[in-house]
Design a binder for this molecule. Sequence first.
Ligand SMILES: *[C@@H]1O[C@H](CO)[C@@H](O)[C@H](O)[C@H]1NC(C)=O
Ligand SMILES: *[C@@H]1O[C@H](CO)[C@@H](O)[C@H](O)[C@H]1NC(C)=O
Length: 333
Amino acid sequence: MRSLSAAIALIAAPVQAGLRFPCSTLTVQRLDPVVEPGHNPSAHVHHIVGGNAFNASMTGDVAERATCTTCQMAEDFSNYWTATLYFKHPTNGSYHRVPVVPVQPLLGGSNGASGGLTVYYTQFDLSKDNLKQQPIKSFQPGFRMTVGSPTTTSTPHVGLRYQCLTGTSRGAEMPDFPTKPCSGGIFTTQHFPSCWDGVNLDSPDHQSHMYNTIRSDGFTNAPACPSTHPVRVPQVTFETTWDTSKFNSLWPSGAPNPFVWSFEGSNGPGTHADYMFGWKGDALQKAMDKSECFYDGCGSIKKQAMADANRCTVKDMVGEQVEGWLPALPGMA
Ligand SMILES: *[C@@H]1O[C@H](CO)[C@@H](O)[C@H](O)[C@H]1NC(C)=O
Ligand SMILES: *[C@@H]1O[C@H](CO)[C@@H](O)[C@H](O)[C@H]1NC(C)=O
């Protein structure tokens, strides 16, 4: 709700900050070059957007190898992914993948994206960039990170949230799945940490090279980075709309939430997300250095039509069924 009211406030307020753009779905398959590099298949199914250098294993400068991207920003060959949502039939136990639909942001529409997710890179919060106080350093080639964990059994930290969409309302931000059907689908948000140790492109747990200063929900401003992680990098956020509506009639009144992540989980909300940096040259640095620009208008940043972005694909490298009614989640049998 807070991000919603922040966005409404911006219609009136001229001061703006950050990049926001759609990326269409690139592929849905069981690969994870950050957590399980070289494994084909990886443990669970992912919904992946971004550049076509996506592979079971990814090293070095991704932007050098990619030739297209599903993101609106034509020089962004990064990959962004999360687990995929499945509906687990309450009586017969079969699974069906929940389709992804473009996020309909309050400003700007989805620009013809196909599925996918919306990506934000903010410098401070949605209304100011604070660049004079704290400059932003772009991620470097080879950089990767994750946020959250599939094995979480407790409440995830702020910044990892679920919302129940009804009509034009996104509803309150919640730490776990909605407990009642949502007519407009389920909306998930993942805010990544924005303080970097300045040295490591990755770490064994893919998280300790980063530090999370987020203390409240929404696009709230970022406090100073600690001395252990002194470098402020862009704050990356994903928003995804899972179109759960077609399964609502199969959710008996009073029954528990029937939606599960592709790893099904261990009674915890388990929301997590992965990021693989892949902007070309200094394109992201230039966009982040531009003061008080907003959404897709940061400097001379190069954009492409989503119709072109939608033509970018990668091949199915796993070769298993992830669609239709399935007796078990892929990899979980
Ligand atoms: C993916 O990795 C395989 C094995 O290293 C390689 O043969 C293939 O060309 C790679 N594909 C892309 C799109 O980079
Ligand atoms: C479970 O129910 C769905 C929807 O009614 C159906 O399509 C699917 O085949 C069923 N699965 C089994 C194992 O009966």
